[in-house]
Write a protein that binds this ligand. Structure first.
Ligand SMILES: [Zn+2]
Length: 220
C-alpha cells in the first residue's frame, strides 16, 4: 500500500507554506472550537471545491458534499441519513446563519440522472440517489424545457432550488428561516469559465456575482 505521492507532496507544500501562515488560526480554532457562519452543500465533483471557489480559511465553511449537491426531504425513518445529520449539526449545534447550495455545470450526477432515468436499477446507488430530483425534472418537462438546448443547465439549476425546498422541510430549518435567523441560498459555478451565479428567489433566475468594488477583499 502506498499513499499517493501527489498527496504526500501536497501535504509537504501545505506544511511548508500555508500552515505557518494559518498556525495561529488553527490553534485558536482548536481552543475555541469551530464557529463557521456558513454551511455549504456542494457536489463531490473534484473541480468544484467550495474552499477554493470562496477563498476560504480553515474554520470558515462547514461543508457537506455529495453527488449533485442534494438533500433528501426531512424523514425520521431509516438510520443512515448522513446529509441530514450534517445539517442538524450545522443548524442546531453550530447555529450557522447561511446554508449555500452550490451546484455546477457539467455535473456527472445530473447527467447520470438524464441517462438512466428511464432504466431503473435497484442496485444503482447513483440512480437511486438522483431520483431525488425527479419532481424538479418533471416540473421542467411540464414547462416544455426538456426539448431546449439548455435543458441540462436548467436541470442543474432546478436541482439547487429543489435542494433549498427540501431544506425547508426540516422543521428546525423552516422555523429559523421564518424568524430570520437562517438564510437558504443557491449558487451555480460554471466549471469552464469559473463564473459564479447566485440564485434570485424573486425572479427564479441565477445572476452573476457583481465585479469587485474598491475596498472589497478582491480589489485590495
Ligand atoms: Zn456535480
Amino acid at each position: 500500500m502506498t499513499f499517493p505521492p501527489r498527496l504526500i507532496d501536497g501535504y509537504r507544500a501545505f506544511a511548508a507554506t500555508r500552515l505557518p501562515v494559518e498556525r495561529s488560526r488553527f490553534e485558536r480554532l482548536a481552543e475555541t472550537g469551530q464557529q463557521p457562519e456558513v454551511m455549504i452543500i456542494g457536489c463531490c465533483d473534484s473541480r468544484v471545491s467550495p474552499e477554493v471557489i470562496f477563498d476560504a480559511h480553515p474554520g470558515e465553511l462547514f461543508v457537506v458534499r455529495n453527488v449533485a449537491n442534494l438533500v433528501p426531504p426531512y424523514s425520521v425513518t431509516g438510520f443512515t441519513h448522513g446529509v441530514s445529520a450534517a445539517i442538524e449539526f450545522a443548524v442546531l449545534g453550530l447555529k450557522v446563519r447561511h446554508i449555500v447550495v452550490l451546484g455546477h455545470s457539467r455535473c456527472g450526477g445530473i447527467r447520470a440522472f438524464i441517462e438512466r432515468r428511464h432504466h431503473p436499477d435497484e442496485h444503482d446507488f447513483i440512480a437511486n440517489w438522483m431520483a431525488l430530483i425527479t419532481p424538479a425534472a418533471q416540473r421542467l418537462e411540464d414547462d416544455g424545457a426538456a426539448e431546449k438546448a439548455d435543458y441540462v443547465t436548467r436541470l442543474e439549476q432546478a436541482s439547487i432550488v429543489a435542494t433549498i425546498e427540501n431544506l425547508k422541510t426540516f422543521p428546525w430549518v423552516g422555523e429559523r428561516v421564518e424568524r430570520g435567523e437562517l438564510q437558504l441560498l443557491g449558487a451555480y459555478f460554471n466549471v469552464a469559465t469559473g463564473l459564479l451565479e447566485v440564485y434570485q428567489p424573486g425572479s427564479g433566475s441565477f445572476e452573476p456575482v457583481p465585479a469587485a468594488m474598491p475596498g472589497d477583499r478582491a480589489a485590495e
